[in-house]
Design a protein around this ligand. Structure first.
Ligand SMILES: [Zn+2]
Length: 280
């Protein structure tokens, strides 16, 4: 028994197999992460450039009973996202998005929201890469933070972003330079007027994770909120935080993802460590 079907996909990983074949893993629109064998894929017209990393394509697949891999018969390219290769930095960031999907996307299980997040992120990143002469650090952090915030939301982690966890005052009541204390675990923050904010804390390293904190300006917490309410490509326009704010927000979001999202381990992101800023 076998049956054929079509899938819209974005390539995550390509592994050569026995000279002429390719094993391709992709994020699909209706089946989550899928892996297929493309026989005789090298220089084949049936695939063209549709099996390059980041390529979005329509795949013609065959599912055979008892087989662990799908068979990929044809792939028609929809969008190659070649613009991502314009800058080393945009390539690293796109690879980071791919690395994350390989880790957390469910296998053979529908997750349309994740597919949309990933494709919107590649669109937004490519649009930016094509518009600038060089990718500056601020833009890199902005899109990483927008992606991470949306990933947390996809995971069902509901941060209390708009008010102080303790006194419930709105963050809009504070000046942009106000420094909040953010919890790594609860995805929320405490304002400087609250008692729980001001006590002396011992060395961070010795604290258990649920008591670890980071500091974040009101501007940065606002960007977290913007990330959840705007399309990802808008982050370059609507985010108000400076580079320092984005760095701090990045640290917080990474900690939250590690803590809340299954599969998001503590290993450093390989694709980002190629950039000097993200080493170590
Ligand atoms: Zn408060």
């Amino acid at each position: 028994m076998s049956h054929s079907f079509e899938e819209t996909t974005i390539v995550l990983r390509v592994v050569p197999f026995e000279d002429r074949h390719r094993i391709v893993t992709a994020l699909s629109e209706t089946r989550g992460k899928i892996t297929a064998m493309a026989n005789n894929a090298v220089n084949s017209r049936r695939f063209g450039s549709a099996l390059q990393p980041f390529s979005a394509a329509t795949w013609s697949l065959v599912e055979r009973e008892g087989a662990s891999l799908f068979r990929l018969d044809e792939a028609v390219l929809k969008k190659g996202f070649e613009g991502l290769r314009r800058h080393f930095e945009s390539l690293c960031v796109a690879s980071c998005f791919t690395e994350i999907m390989l880790k957390i996307a469910p296998e053979n299980e529908a997750s349309l929201d994740l597919f949309k997040l990933h494709s919107n992120a590649l669109f937004g990143l490519e649009e930016k890469a094509l518009a600038v002469e060089s990718m500056d650090l601020l833009s890199i952090y902005q899109i990483l933070n927008a992606y991470f915030a949306k990933l947390l939301h996809w995971n069902g982690t509901q941060p209390q972003i708009m008010k102080c966890l303790s006194c419930e005052r709105s963050i809009l009541d504070f000046e942009p330079d106000t420094i909040f204390r953010a919890s790594m675990v609860t995805a929320g923050w405490v304002c400087p007027d609250c008692k729980s904010y001001s006590f002396e804390l011992p060395d961070q390293e010795s604290l258990p994770l649920h008591r670890k904190f980071l500091t974040l300006t009101q501007r940065a917490t606002g960007d977290f909120a913007f990330a959840l309410t705007h399309p990802i490509r808008k982050c370059f326009e609507v985010f108000e935080g400076n580079l320092e704010d984005q760095r701090n927000l990045y640290q917080l979001l990474l900690a939250l993802l590690h803590y809340h999202v299954p599969g998001f381990d503590r290993a450093p992101m390989k694709s980002l460590s190629m950039m000097a800023e993200f080493k170590g």
